[in-house]
Write a protein that binds this ligand. Structure first.
Ligand code: CMP
Length: 140
C-alpha cells in the first residue's frame, strides 16, 4: 500500500469544545501521523476559496460562515492509504449516519458542524495541502 498524505481540518465546533487532543488521538491510534499542524482563524474569503467546489450548494454561505466562526486546526496526516483511512476514522458526513467509534459519531453536532474535514481523493489532497502549507512546513 502507498504512503499518502491528506489534509485534515478540525473545525470550529470542535476547537470551541476543546476536542483537538481527543480528535488527534483518534488519528494517531489509527496509524496516521500528524506531519504538519497549525491553529488558524479563516476569513470568510479564505473559507469560500477552500470550499469553492460547493459554491452552488444551498449550504455554501452557512458553511463559510461556520468555518470562519472560530479557530480551526489545519493538519497534514500521513500514512499508508491515509486518504481512505482518514475518511474511515472521521465517519460519514452526517453524524446520524456515522459508524460507532468514528470522530463524527462521537463528537459532531450536525451535518454542518461535523467537527472534521478530510480530503476525498489524491488530487484534492494535493491541492488542499498546498492551500495551507508550504513544503518547508511538512516534516515527515
Ligand atoms: P466537509 O467534509 O468539510 O465538506 C463539505 C462540508 O459541507 C461538509 O463537510 C459539511 O460540513 C457541509 N455540509 C454538507 N452538507 C450540508 C448540509 N446539508 N448543510 C450544511 N452543511 C453541509
Amino acid at each position: 500500500m502507498a504512503v499518502e498524505r491528506t489534509l485534515s481540518i478540525i473545525k470550529p465546533d470542535a476547537t470551541r469544545r476543546n476536542l483537538t487532543g481527543r480528535i488527534n488521538a483518534k488519528f494517531e491510534e489509527a496509524g496516521l501521523r500528524i506531519v504538519a499542524q497549525k491553529r488558524i482563524r479563516l476569513t470568510m474569503e479564505q473559507a469560500g476559496t477552500f470550499y469553492a467546489v460547493h459554491k452552488e450548494r444551498p449550504f455554501y454561505g452557512e458553511l463559510c460562515e461556520f468555518m470562519a466562526s472560530g479557530p480551526v486546526v489545519v493538519q497534514v496526516l500521513e500514512g499508508e492509504n491515509a486518504i481512505a483511512k482518514n475518511r474511515d476514522v472521521m465517519g460519514a458526513t452526517n453524524p446520524a449516519e456515522a459508524a460507532p467509534g468514528t470522530i463524527r459519531a462521537e463528537f459532531a453536532q450536525s451535518v454542518g458542524e461535523n467537527s472534521v474535514h478530510g480530503s476525498d481523493a489524491a488530487e484534492t489532497a494535493a491541492v488542499e495541502i498546498a492551500y495551507f502549507f508550504s513544503g518547508l512546513e511538512l516534516v515527515g
